[in-house]
Design a protein around this ligand. Sequence first.
Ligand code: SAH
Length: 221
Amino acid sequence: MSGELPDHASRRQQLVSRLRERGISDALVLEALGELPREDFLPDSLAAEAYEDIALPLEQGQTISQPYIVALMTQELHLRGLERVLEIGTGSGYQTALLARLAREVVTIERLPELAESARPRLARLGLRNITYVVGDGTLGHPPDAPYDGILVTAAAPRIPQPLYDQLALEGRMIIPVGDETHQMLLAVTRSPRGLETEEICGCRFVKLRGAAGWPESDED
Ligand code: SAH
């Protein structure tokens, strides 16, 4: 990016090295993360922490995920550039940007209109045009563009939402955290000819997925 601080560029490369050391091995994921300015997705007051491998607060009580988790979830989708991907929880748009770099087409759903509205121009400024933005309840998916080769959910569900499984292509993969505020497991769900197969990736901590096939809209995080 022209005009960016050299400091950010070198810290971004250090972050990529750290992610590689921690076990992220997909070269396409690492390369795309190495070109993505995370500081653009944060309030100015947090820009100095953009390349720490930590989750950081966004507006509306939400969080931008830790880079390691973003990289791991993306790697687990096994993207090769031809896929149509559904993302639930646009948030800052950081994960969306990575998906848009690595897949053919991304549909991203956010329930909070303010977050969706600030993510959209940010992603447009990065030149990413293969993204469809939806404001609404992502637990219901987005049937008009189904089936999806990959589904990535960035908030924790009480169980695998049936509408999302129904919109997964055969041999498609869904990466989703399942659990309550204290215990969550990141799952890879595959729709195989034999039916649903799940694999546990690691423990994790996300905000709650709220909606018809998620946690209730009203209680507190
Ligand atoms: N990928 C984002 C993570 C944001 S946190 C980032 O790295 O910036 C999770 C997001 O999921 C929040 O923005 C929250 O508002 C959103 N969310 C929660 N339940 C949702 C639902 N049912 N549909 C769509 N978005 C939802």
